[in-house]
Design a protein around this ligand. Structure first.
Ligand code: URA
Length: 302
């Protein structure tokens, strides 16, 4: 009879995990679904009965994050975007469900950043989003933060999580080819995601996860000051344009997104991962990229 994990010794468990990893398993789940929200709510309830609720973390005005570490290197300083492993995973009792405090914390931390490097440090210190606890790294941005154009995807996938860089897997390689086709590269474009941590199993980020990360992406856009925004796919387009319309009806139409006092021209287009699954739709993305190229050339001649 097969032994259960509880009956195995450390070496047997390690061999089993190795076997799964070799087979391409990168996420583990139980046979029956676990309602983590209910679990967390119970933990929070019992915690609030036994002690006062902790206050929201103070804004990282000094550039230090709440872990007390100095800010990480940011590309606006010309330094390399080095993958940074996240801190140790929290104990079950430390897992959070987003309460009002988490949203307030996100807004305060994002607003406190006055450079891209500070924003990265602020995100690194933000513990209010559960996605960071299952992700291996913070995937912040790649490319040139001074570029005229900023691309915003959805969330990191497995490769991105391992390397700490956005769009480095198959979809990223396609994005690089699309950029090259209109004369752009990571030297002349800035690339990031709505969500900086990989959702487990590459699931679509939940609405509350998007809302928790929204202050950070909005601040990121404000600090990078791109002349043009490109939203890649449904999640970035719907949430940044605040619409329920799907990407197939949004794509290819120039819109405007107000960030701070600035109206930024913005174009939604198809996500490269979608194009990998639906290669016939590449012609639509090509039309959008040509429109982008034209817009960028116009900006140069203005
Ligand atoms: N898909 C995204 O939206 N972002 C990445 O960084 C990679 C894949």
């Amino acid at each position: 009879m097969a032994s259960t994990a509880l009956e195995m010794d450390t070496a047997e468990l390690a061999a089993l995990l190795h076997f799964y990893a070799e087979g391409g398993v990168d996420d583990l789940c139980e046979d029956a679904a676990i309602d983590r929200f209910e679990q967390s709510a119970k933990i929070l309830q019992s915690r609030s009965r036994s002690q006062p609720q902790p206050a929201a973390a103070a804004p990282a005005a000094s550039g230090q994050n709440s872990t007390g570490k100095p800010p990480l290197a940011g590309m606006s300083d010309g330094r390399k975007n080095v993958p940074q492993p996240l801190g140790p995973a929290p104990q079950a009792s430390q897992l959070t469900i987003p309460g009002v405090a988490a949203f307030e914390d996100a807004r305060a931390l994002a607003a406190s950043a006055s450079t891209i490097a500070e924003l990265r440090a602020a995100l690194d210190g933000f513990t209010g989003c559960n996605l960071r606890h299952s992700a291996k790294t913070l995937v912040f941005a790649d490319g040139n933060p001074e570029a005229d154009v900023m691309f915003i995807g959805e969330a990191p996938g497995r490769e991105e999580d391992l390397q700490g860089m956005p769009f480095v897997g198959r979809a990223g390689q396609l994005l690089d080819r699309m950029l090259a086709a209109i004369g752009l590269s990571r030297e002349t474009a800035y690339i990031t995601n709505m969500i900086p941590w990989r959702p487990p199993g590459n699931r679509t980020p939940a609405a509350h996860e998007i809302e928790l990360c929204r202050p950070f992406i909005e601040r990121h856009i404000a600090l990078a000051e791109p002349k043009v925004l490109v939203m890649l796919g449904n999640v970035a387009s719907k949430s940044l344009l605040d619409t329920d319309k799907g990407i197939l009806s949004l794509r290819g139409t120039w819109m405007s997104r107000k960030i701070g006092e600035r109206e930024i021209p913005a174009i939604p287009t198809l996500h490269p991962a979608y194009l990998l699954r639906n290669p016939a739709q590449k012609r639509l993305a090509w039309a959008d990229f040509l429109s982008l190229q034209e817009r960028l050339e116009q900006l140069k001649s203005d």
